[in-house]
Design a protein around this ligand. Structure first.
Ligand code: NAP
Length: 351
């Protein structure tokens, strides 16, 4: 049952995650107001406008995270706000300007606009596992009580931007008592089919795997979560009256070796350059660490902080309180690949 007749505000509506949130909200009968940076990008916005229910119930408006009062208009009259917009890139020219400023100032700008609106009851913020850790410890189970204390502008700056943005959001509600509550979703690496034509940074992993970008099978393990499950988590965080605090949002982990095996088994290896050389051993880890210094800074620090580590996390809170169940990782992976082919990011799998 719908919990509001007012439009639900979704920031960064054309993004990979947000567009699935928009689709889920429309499917449940909500009116949606989505912000985009530019309404002129017709090609990027067409898939959003074509979603079932969009013609009648989706309104798109312009807003940039860096504009102090840019969200005043969009937030006006809304009761629920899902703040998803934030730059997502591992490597940028100027980490402060390109990642931290829009993430942190943008979050505060959105929350301040919500307070000024005077109608908002709850804000759901898309944070990240990046705000939980940037160097998972293989023998320690991460929970919502964990915070990433290690990232800097030099080391995993995207992780820093997400940590500082989430901290700023909690500080805002504690110090300003704005009259709405804050619920935070912390997804791991989001994969899955895309509503729009763009290639998301996380799905780029599969394009790189097929294209031979990886010199060998490395000792890397990812926590994946399907974008459709992330969207369900956001809507559940909005609709569940008792939702509170942070929610780790992640499905299963999978290491590069079994991932490559899934791709081989299902025909995605044919005529591609899937990694074959076994580097998932101590000598391989050493080689990856060494060669990471030749990579762009953001990729290099990611490799050094993740090689040889298996993330372990507890998803009991999101499963118990929000009722989220995660799709099997193999299903998501294969559906992601088919979708990448549909959009032309990889060539289709031989029949
Ligand atoms: P995405 O497709 O790149 O979406 C990012 C969105 O942020 C885009 O809609 C973009 O708007 C908007 N944005 C960036 N800078 C902006 C600015 N200055 N002003 C206004 N909007 C701005 O990436 P995504 O994966 O969907 O990410 C969405 C959220 O999920 C982010 O908060 C990200 O940190 C979080 N997250 C993602 C993952 C993942 O693996 N994908 C994992 C955990 C958390 P434009 O369309 O105008 O570019």
């Amino acid at each position: 049952m719908k919990i509001t007749a007012a439009p639900v505000l979704v920031t960064g509506a054309a993004g990979f995650v947000a567009s699935h949130i928009v689709r889920e909200l429309l499917a449940r009968g909500y009116r949606v107001r989505g912000t985009v940076r530019s309404l002129a990008k017709d090609k990027d916005l067409a898939p959003l406008r074509a979603l079932p229910g969009a013609a009648e119930r989706l309104e798109l408006v312009e807003a940039d995270l860096l504009g102090a009062s840019a969200f005043d208009g969009p937030a006006a009259g809304c009761e629920y706000v899902l703040h998803t917009a934030s730059p997502y890139a591992l490597d940028v020219k100027d980490p402060q300007k390109d990642l931290v400023d829009p993430a942190v100032n943008g979050t505060v700008n959105v929350l301040a606009a919500c307070r000024r609106a005077g109608t908002v009851k709850r804000v759901v913020l898309t944070s990240s596992m990046a705000a939980i850790t940037d160097e998972p410890d293989s023998d320690r189970v991460l929970t919502e009580a964990d915070w990433n204390e290690r990232s800097t502008l030099e080391r995993n700056p995207y992780y820093l931007s997400k940590t500082l943005a989430e901290k700023a959001a909690w500080r805002f509600v504690e110090s300003e008592r704005p009259g709405f509550d804050l619920v935070v979703v912390n997804p791991f690496l989001v994969i899955g089919p895309s509503i729009g034509p763009g290639l998301n940074t996380s799905n780029q992993l599969f394009v790189d795997l097929l294209a031979g970008t990886y010199p060998g099978v490395m000792n890397l393990t990812w926590g994946f979560v399907d974008v459709r499950d992330v969207a369900l988590a956001h809507v559940a965080a909005m609709e569940t009256a008792g939702a509170k605090g942070r929610y780790i949002c992640a499905g299963d982990t999978i290491a590069m070796r079994p991932l490559v095996e899934v791709l081989e088994r299902s025909g995605w290896g044919e005529g591609r350059k899937l990694p074959r050389l076994g580097m998932d051993c101590a000598a391989g880890d050493f080689a990856v660490r060494l060669s990471s210094y030749l990579q762009p800074k953001g990729v290099g620090s990611y490799l050094r902080t993740h090689v040889g580590r298996v993330p372990c996390y507890d998803t009991a809170k999101i499963q118990g309180e929000l009722g989220i169940r995660f799709r099997p990782v193999e299903t998501s992976v294969l559906e992601t690949l088919d979708d990448l082919a549909r959009w032309g990011h990889v060539t289709a799998r031989p029949a």
